[in-house]
Design a protein around this ligand. Structure first.
Ligand SMILES: Nc1ncnc2c1ncn2[C@@H]1O[C@H](COP(=O)(O)OP(=O)(O)OP(=O)(O)O)[C@@H](O)[C@H]1O
Length: 310
């Protein structure tokens, strides 16, 4: 019995020998080496005389990037949609799965509310949006007012169907998770093992405490954190464009530093962003307000993806 194995490792001990299987999905070479070293050390500390480690990676299949927040209403769906658009503009074939059972808003954000996915070989074909991002959403599978009453197994089943859809050549698939850090989120994360997670927060201290919970959830599941995005960070005046900071600035950046995770950027609170989102035209698809901020965050995510498998 080995007590302190790192995340992603499972071990079998027989005749004083430990055989460890190590899942290195989404890790850099250095991170995978560090995990292997930790697994070896844990095995040796338990008293075995020999350790064998075999690495596995599910990366060949699909690369999911979870977009998560500790609480609702911080702009997780808005960020997911605009990151997918900005990554597409940068030349990646990004897609999006909307797993937000409490408020599946992606069909509205992408102006495809009246569309239902077709199926081929009993698998769903993602709906192509005018912004060029293929999406599947809980909102396409069930009337919005019913989704919240779904039981856990129904949610897991629907999510599995969306992730198993025809995503041929799409990479990465952003996963817009339901807000919060409860069992639903933990089950989704454990079952579908995203390659990385982006945490969204607003500048208020309270929201950052929630963001810490979201970070804990991914740490527990052994999913690497890509970094923290601060949304509604400062108010962009619709008249002069000047950004003021009613909640102060730099809080999220300092919190990220303290937590040892990267800071991916700030997106200001802007009426233009809300109006464009409500109209189903993601601001990242244009050149107006908000586009540059979303693109800057997408650039950092793009670099992370490049460093973690291309
Ligand atoms: N940077 C921003 N500037 C202005 N409005 C924004 C910004 N980000 C999000 N919003 C608006 O805030 C509201 C909540 O955003 P959104 O639905 O993306 O949040 P969420 O975290 O996904 O919420 P939920 O808890 O419903 O999942 C929406 O009306 C959205 O248009």
């Amino acid at each position: 019995m080995i007590d302190t194995l790192p995340p992603g490792a499972t071990a079998r001990v027989a005749d004083g020998r430990a055989s460890i299987i190590l899942d290195v999905t989404g890790l850099t070479a250095a991170e995978a080496d560090a995990r292997e070293a930790a697994a070896r050390a844990a095995a040796l500390a338990s008293g075995v005389s020999e350790v064998r480690v075999a690495r596995t990676s599910q990366r060949a299949q699909k690369r999911l990037i979870a977009i998560a927040s500790g609480k609702g209403g911080v702009g997780k769906s808005t960020l997911s949609a605009n990151l997918a658009v900005a990554l597409t503009r940068r030349g990646r074939r990004a897609g999006l799965v909307d797993a937000d059972i409490y408020g599946p808003s992606q069909p509205r954000l992408f102006a495809v509310e009246d569309q239902k996915p077709a199926a081929r070989d009993s698998r769903m074909i993602p709906v192509m949006t005018p912004a060029g991002v293929p999406i599947l959403s809980m909102g396409m599978l069930v009337p919005q007012d019913q989704a919240i009453a779904w039981r856990g197994p129904m949610v897991a089943n629907a999510l599995g169907q969306m992730i198993d859809g025809h995503w041929d050549g799409v990479d990465p698939i952003l996963l817009d998770l339901p807000p919060g850090t409860g069992d639903v989120q933990l089950t989704m994360v454990q079952k579908y093992r995203p390659a990385g997670a982006v945490i969204v927060s607003t500048p208020q201290d309270l929201a950052l405490i929630d963001a810490r919970r979201a970070i804990d959830l991914f740490n527990k599941a052994g999913v690497p954190i890509v970094g923290l995005v601060e949304n509604m960070a400062g108010y962009a005046c619709p008249h002069c464009g000047e950004v003021s900071d009613p909640f102060g600035s730099g809080g999220a950046e300092a919190a990220a530093r303290e937590l040892g995770i990267d800071f991916l950027g700030r997106v200001p609170l802007s009426i233009a962003v809300r109006l464009a989102s409500d109209a189903g035209t993601p601001p990242a698809a244009g050149n107006g307000e908000g586009a540059a901020a979303f693109d800057a965050v997408a650039g950092r995510l793009d670099a992370w993806l490049a460093a973690h498998g291309g």
